[in-house]
Design a protein around this ligand. Structure first.
Ligand code: ZN
Length: 174
């Protein structure tokens, strides 16, 4: 709950990109819930890192702030799943694909749940300014990242495949 209130505060002025502009915090909460419900994850440190997984990348949160509040292991996992925002977007996207196979088990689980939720969201309510081709390209990229995450959780991998397939069917592009 400390992680939930911490993340809620950090993300309080942010909205998701989808049409309804939902509060950003819905996303990390759902990622943690996917880990619990589908992945059967009961490791509290992984669930905490899931709740915090976008705080370094998308808010002003500093690494030492996370370490002080939640410990070095949680910080390391959140760092593993965070993009380096000083790099151009195309480079960051390629690095996610390249780094995926080398992540820790905890980071792979969080990334799987993250991609499950993002692909679900992007196919159900894409950002208003995203043409169909951009949605398709996003799913292609997410598939490539997930290819490097396999081997840590059969249920999460199966859930991702189902979400990706459903999204493609909805878009008429499989
Ligand atoms: Zn995320």
């Amino acid at each position: 709950l400390k992680a939930v209130t911490f993340a809620a505060k950090k993300h309080e002025d942010q909205r998701r990109k989808g049409r309804r502009q939902l509060p950003y915090i819905n996303h990390p909460l759902r990622v943690a819930e996917i880990l619990w419900d589908i992945g059967g994850v009961r490791d509290v440190e992984i669930l905490i890192a899931a709740v915090l997984h976008d705080t370094l990348e998308d808010t002003e949160t500093k690494p030492d702030e996370l370490e002080r509040a939640f410990g070095a292991d949680v910080l390391r996992t959140v760092q593993e799943v965070s993009d380096d925002k000083s790099l151009p977007k195309a480079v960051r996207k390629q690095l996610q694909i390249d780094h995926a196979p080398h992540l820790s088990r905890a980071a792979k689980l969080i990334k799987l749940a993250d991609k499950i939720h993002n692909v679900h969201e992007v196919s159900h309510e894409p950002p208003a300014d995203w043409p169909r081709a951009r949605v398709v390209a996003y799913i292609d990229w997410a598939d490539a990242v997930v290819a490097g995450l396999r081997g840590v959780s059969a249920p999460l991998e199966t859930a991702y495949d189902a979400v990706s397939e459903k999204a493609r069917r909805k878009l008429g592009s499989s």
